[in-house]
Structures are given as structure tokens and as C-alpha cells.
Design a protein around this ligand. Structure first.
Ligand code: COA
Ligand code: AMP
Length: 636
């Protein structure tokens, strides 16, 4: 059956440039695009080359100019402090202008990089927009990352300024951010010159003379200042967002201004089905791409009210937190990660807390960030009695690759599938040799080049890494590094990663980066980290350590030290709680560690002894060690 989706997809296929030209007409340009796509520019072509615009203008000024200045742009709700505030477009614009003027006074200008290490506060969003206003490039770092991860991002981006807060608030603890920033700057090879610190009442940070400045004191003199948006090229970078790669060095995903504006604006109405003035709540964090795209930019670009929530789905104070927020702020569409629903379900299986709130206007729940397991999805459908929509995308793409587009008229749901590719994306499934494979067979999911507007043009100052990580393996395609299949109706099923990335509580983590940390322990000779199934977080990391022969210490003490090292060097977000000492690691005869088989054993999935194994007894030892810790099964 044909619906709006099929028409839109066919229109895009027929004439991609006409499709995106029409979408671009909804954006304000300082210099309108003459060319939609320039195939010879950049690595695989560039969108809207030659055009000029400003993302902050499209998020704020144009709504004010259209007479919507007194309408609510941002709602802030902190379950941690009880604070609730609504900000009109006028108010947000005023604050953003003041912060932008402060940045200019600090010597930050077009093209300079600014690191933001902030909790979920309105000032974080204002600061992102202030960077956009003056053409500075922001790079937001999630608060759960440790100082050395922050230092790696400072160095790679060459940031001249850090904007931070004195603390973040996690259930039961105040996380002091400033000492982490101080340590990161200490570690960084390229020291940012200045640091703005938002002092929160829960904890006052010490300021380093000559470098640090109180955020509020710095911004106050500029309130009321007039500051126009800087015209930037559509192809200029708006932000860099670091995401896990296969090594400890994160990948700096670059987002441009023009393509991003066009794609996100298109997605808000057509995928999420939202109209200007309605409230959209993405329960994630601005440190992730979900937060960049759907807490900050897409809603503001398209005039939809966005909600910033400081809190958790459970424990702030209970598993009814989401329903309180939805009911109180009249949320129309909610977007979060499946892990949040697993957490809520664990505490409120029968939905007693859900029944306490009236949410007559909530019309859809979108899930992404990890595979939506059908059981959780069906539970959410039963409890909320609204469409629950799984959709699939990545930091690299910035907006959904596949979804069930509510705004175009929903497609039939197949549990376990994020449905069909969105206009702009031609998805294929290839075998390892690059040949298309038949429906129902698992393979490498790839996207035919060019990627649509909004997707990364490259990695920050790393064109070669971009080519080798994404383009070289399957010529003519972008490699998603996800494995899955397409069914006979074209529905996609995303099953796992093809690299060593794991997905823990919707957070993307590199087991390679964790192995690098384990290997730094002086008693560890060799190690392997794999992701094992976790009932709440989807996956959790589990490390295997082989100790040096000379080590006489208790292995339990070394395991605890390795757990502490990962928390200290990657951050609490890694959720690395299990390290297991073993005598040897299972390897192929050519010396490759058999991580895939170890993972199957740990997950209790039937496994076969690999024909290439060097010594079969080692896998049995691993199975035994895992069983002692409550994981796994014995060989079939
Ligand atoms: N600043 C400092 N520390 C942080 C942090 C932040 N912004 N965010 C998380 N942490 C810490 C947590 O306190 C926790 O520390 P702990 O080991 O001392 O408990 C650790 O990092 C892991 O955090 P998290 O992954 O959030 O696990 P959790 O057990 O605290 O909560 C969920 C589990 C499911 C409730 C939580 O992950 C959640 O709400 N997920 C929603 C989905 C989401 O936001 N996904 C993002 C992509 S869409
Ligand atoms: P991130 O870049 O952090 O957004 O993580 C992207 C990765 O998360 C993808 O490559 C997938 O492995 C996984 N992912 C995101 N959404 C989904 C989904 N709906 N279904 C399955 N996996 C998903």
C-alpha cells in the first residue's frame, strides 16, 4: 500500500536535488543556494556549497521576526533540584546574544573551537547557540567522561576556550566537574586559554587566576547587547562531536551548517510529526548526538518547543518521573533510549505510576540509540497505548537513516525493525566481499554515496581516517559498521556492530579503548574486553586479564585496580564493573583473539569450537571462569 512515505521516498529517488531544494526553501539563507549538490567538492560531494546562512538565526531570530518572540522556546525541568522554568524565544535570544558577545570579548571568533563540558542546563544550550551565532565551532563532551577523555578532545579540536559548570547532579552524589576540567587542561598538550565556569549553588568551584572566569559575572555586562549573526558558509562546521572509534582516539564527527539545517528541519515534521509550538521531549543528554539533534537543533530550527530535563527515568524520585514531566509540560512526542524503558519497567511492571498521570496529548514514543528489544517495545505499547517507533541512526548521520515516519503517515509496525530507509538514504546489505545479499541474510549494512544533507562530510582534520574508517571497504558506499538484514518488504533489522563498539545504556563505547587502559596496568600482560548482554543496559563491558608470569599478588586486587583505572581514565559512563583473570586468551593460530566466541559463551548463546583455534582447552577455561561469575554456558 502506498502512503506519504512511499511518495516522499519515490520523489527523492526520482530527483534528489529537487527534493532537497524544496526542503531547503524552508530555511533562511543569507546567500541562497544556487547549487544543491556539488559532486566534485569534499570527499564524496558537498551539499549547498556556495550558500551562506547561520544556524542560530534559524533557531531563534527568524521565529522572533515572525512574531513568535513571546512563545516558549525551551522548558527546563530539573528533577534533581525541583527547578522548573520556561524561556521564550525573546529570552533565549537575549541570553544567547549576551553569551556570544562574551565569547567575542574573550577573543573567540569564527572557526575557533569551544569545548562545552556541562550538565543538562539551559546555559549549556544557550552556549551552543552562542557559538553558532558567531561561527565558532562547539564540541560538547558528555559529563560522564573522565579528564583524560576530555583532554583528548581538547587536543584534537584545538579548543581555545572551555565552558563548564561547577558540578553535575547524579542521584545521590554531586559530581564536581571543575577538578576534572583542571586535570584535563593539565593533561592537554594544547592548553585552552580561557575557561568560563557556571557556579551552581550545590558546589562552588575554585577559579584559577588569569584563566578562569565566573560565567555569570562574565556574561552579565553584555545583557541587552545587540549582536547580529555572523554569515557562515553552508559547508562551514557547526560542531564537532567526538564518538567512539575502534581505538582509544575518538573520532571527531564534523557537522556542517547548511545540510544540517535542511535535514533536521525536514525530519521534525515528516519523521516526528511535530508542528511549531508543540512540545517535544528528547530524554537524553546534550553530550550525545541525540541531544545535539533532537534536544537542541531540530526542535528550535522548526519552531517546536524543546524540553531540557535534568534527571533520570528512575530514582529521581521514582519510575514515574517521565510521566510527571510529560503530564506537567504537555509533551506531545517523547524520544528516549530503550534502556530508559527497561529501567522504568523493572520498577513499575504493571504501570501503576503511569496510571497516576494524565497524558491525553502524548501521541508517540520514539526509541533509538540501541536495538529496541521487542519485549520492551511491546510493553511500552501496552502501557502507553500510543505508537512506539523504533528508529535507527548514528552520530555520523545526525538524523534517522531508517524510521517509521509518523508525519508522513505511519507504516505498519514490525517489532524488532526500525522500518524503512528515509529519503536521502539508499541502504544495501552486502557480504564481506561487497556483493549484495538476498533478503533475510545477515550482512554489512551500507549506505550508497552520497550521504544525504546533515551527515558528516569528514572527520575533524582527519580525511584519511574518514576514508579508511567508512569508505574504503565497500567502494561507492558508506559503511555503517552495523550488521543486519532486510526482509522481503524492505524492512531493516539492525542486529549488532561489526566492529568492537558496544552499546551500554544507549551510550556508544569502544572496547578497544578499554583494552588500551587495561593494558596499562603494570601487572597485565594481555587483555580482551567484550560486551556481554545486560538486562538493563543492553550490553555491559567485561574484561579478561592475563597477568605477567612474575606477578605474585592476589588477582582480585588487580581486577579491582583495573576497574578503578577505567573509571578514572575513561569515566563512569563506561560502566566497567567486571574484570576476570584467566591463564590465557583464546586465539586463532594466527594470533587473533577470539572475542566473538568469548562473547557467545558469556551470553549463553550456542557456540562451536572455531576450526582455527590454537588450543581448544583455553575456551573451556574461559567458559568455566565465566560460569563462576554467573555468565554463560558450556559448548554445544
Ligand atoms: N556526569 C557525571 N557522571 C555521569 C553522568 C554525567 N552527566 N551521566 C552518567 N554518569 C555516571 C552515573 O552516575 C553512573 O555512575 P555510577 O557508576 O557511579 O553509578 C555512570 O556514569 C553510568 O551512568 P548511566 O549509564 O547513566 O547508568 P545509570 O546506572 O546511572 O542509569 C539508566 C541507567 C538506564 C537509568 C540511564 O542510563 C538512562 O537514563 N539512560 C537513558 C538513555 C540515554 O540517555 N541514552 C543516551 C543516548 S539516547
Ligand atoms: P551513536 O553513534 O551513539 O548514536 O550509536 C550508533 C549506534 O547505535 C548504531 O551504529 C547502532 O549500532 C546503534 N543503534 C542506534 N539506534 C539503533 C536502533 N534503533 N536499533 C539498533 N541499533 C541502534
Amino acid at each position: 500500500m502506498q502512503n506519504g512515505y512511499h511518495q516522499a521516498y519515490a520523489a527523492w529517488k526520482r530527483d534528489p536535488e529537487a527534493f532537497w531544494r524544496e526542503a531547503a526553501a524552508e530555511i533562511d539563507w543569507f546567500k541562497p543556494p544556487e547549487r544543491v549538490f556539488s559532486p566534485d567538492d569534499g570527499i564524496y560531494g558537498r551539499w549547498f556549497a556556495g550558500a551562506e546562512t547561520n544556524t542560530c538565526h534559524n533557531c531563534l531570530d527568524r521565529h522572533v521576526a515572525a512574531g513568535r518572540g513571546s512563545e516558549t522556546a525551551i522548558i527546563f525541568d530539573s528533577a534533581m533540584t525541583g527547578e522548573k522554568r520556561r524561556f521564550s524565544y525573546d529570552e533565549v535570544l537575549g541570553e544567547v546574544k549576551a553569551i556570544a558577545a562574551t565569547l567575542l570579548a574573550l577573543g573567540i571568533g569564527k572557526g575557533d573551537r569551544v569545548i562545552l563540558y556541562m550538565p543538562m542546563l539551559p546555559q549549556a544550550v544557550f552556549s551552543m547557540l552562542a557559538c553558532a551565532r558567531i561561527g565558532a565551532v562547539h564540541s560538547v563532551v558528555f559529563g560522564g567522561f573522565a579528564a583524560s577523555e576530555l583532554a583528548a578532545r581538547i587536543d584534537d579540536s584545538g579548543a581555545r576556550l572551555v565552558i563548564t559548570a561547577s558540578c553535575g547532579l547524579e542521584p545521590g552524589r554531586v559530581v564536581a566537574y571543575k577538578p576534572l576540567v583542571d586535570q584535563a587542561i593539565e593533561l592537554a598538550r594544547m592548553k585552552p586559554e580561557r575557561c568560563l565556569v557556571l557556579q551552581r549553588p550545590q558546589l562552588q568551584a575554585e577559579l584559577v587566576g588569569g584563566r578562569d572566569e565566573d560565567f555569570e559575572a562574565a556574561v552579565a555586562p553584555y545583557r541587552g547587547a545587540e549582536l547580529a549573526c555572523v554569515s557562515v558558509k553552508a559547508t562551514d562546521p557547526l560542531y564537532i562531536l567526538y564518538t567512539s572509534g575502534t581505538t582509544g582516539q575518538p573520532k571527531g564527527v564534523v557537522r556542517d551548517n547548511g545540510g544540517h539545517l535542511v535535514a533536521l528541519n525536514w525530519s521534525m515534521r515528516n519523521i516526528y510529526g511535530l508542528k511549531p509550538g508543540e512540545v517535544f521531549w528528547t530524554a537524553s543528554d546534550i553530550g550525545w548526538v541525540v541531544g545535539h539533534s533532537y534536544i537542541v537543533y531540530a526542535p528550535l530550527i522548526s519552531g517546536v518547543t524543546t524540553l531540557i530535563f535534568e534527571g533520570k527515568p528512575v530514582g529521581t524520585p521514582d519510575a514515574g518521573a517521565f510521566w510527571r514531566v510529560v503530564a506537567e509540560h504537555d509533551v506531545r512526542v517523547l524520544f528516549t533510549a530503550p534502556t530508559a524503558f527497561r529501567a522504568i519497567r523493572r520498577e513499575d511492571e504493571d504501570g501503576e505510576l503511569i496510571a497516576r498521570y494524565r497524558m491525553p496529548n502524548l501521541r508517540a514514543l520514539f526509541l533509538a540509540g540501541e536495538r529496541a528489544d521487542p519485549e520492551t517495545l511491546k510493553w511500552a505499547e501496552r502501557m502507553l497505548a500510543i505508537p512506539v517507533i523504533d528508529h535507527w541512526w548514528q552520530t555520523e548521520t545526525g538524523w534517522p537513516i531508517a524510521a517509521n515516519p509518523l508525519g508522513l503517515g505511519a507504516l505498519p509496525v514490525k517489532h524488532g525493525s526500525p522500518a524503512l530507509p528515509m529519503p536521502g538514504y539508499e541502504v544495501a546489505v552486502l557480504d564481506d566481499a561487497g556483493h549484495p545479499i538476498e533478503a533475510g541474510t545477515l550482512g554489512n549494512i551500507v549506505i550508497r554515496l552520497p550521504l544525504p544533507p546533515g551527515c558528516l562530510p569528514t572527520l575533524w582534520h582527519a580525511d584519511d581516517r574518514f576514508r579508511s574508517a567508512y569508505l574504503d571497504e565497500f567502494p561507492g558506499y558508506y559503511k555503517t559498521a552495523d550488521a543486519g538484514y532486510v526482509d522481503e518488504d524492505g524492512y531493516l533489522f539492525i542486529m549488532s556492530r561489526t566492529d568492537d563498539i558496544i552499546n551500554c545504556a544507549g551510550h556508544r563505547l569502544s572496547t578497544g579503548a578499554m583494552e588500551e587502559v587495561c593494558a596499562r596496568h603494570p601487572d597485565v600482560a594481555e587483555c580482551a574486553v567484550i560486551g556481554v548482554i545486560d538486562a538493563l543496559k543492553g550490553q555491559a563491558p567485561c574484561g579478561f586479564l592475563v597477568l605477567k608470569r612474575s606477578v605474585a599478588r592476589e588477582s582480585a586486587a588487580i581486577e579491582s585496580e583495573v576497574v578503578a583505572m577505567i573509571r578514572d581514565q575513561i569515566g563512569p559512563v563506561a560502566a566497567f564493573k567486571t574484570a576476570i583473570t584467566v591463564n590465557r586468551l583464546p586465539k586463532t593460530r594466527s594470533g587473533k583473539i577470539l572475542r566473538g566466541t568469548m562473547q557467545k559463551i558469556a551470553d549463553g548463546i550456542p557456540w562451536k569450537m572455531p576450526a582455527t583455534i590454537d588450543d581448544p582447552a583455553i575456551l573451556e577455561e574461559i567458559a568455566e571462569a565465566l560460569r563462576k561469575r554467573g555468565f554463560g554456558s558450556l559448548p554445544m
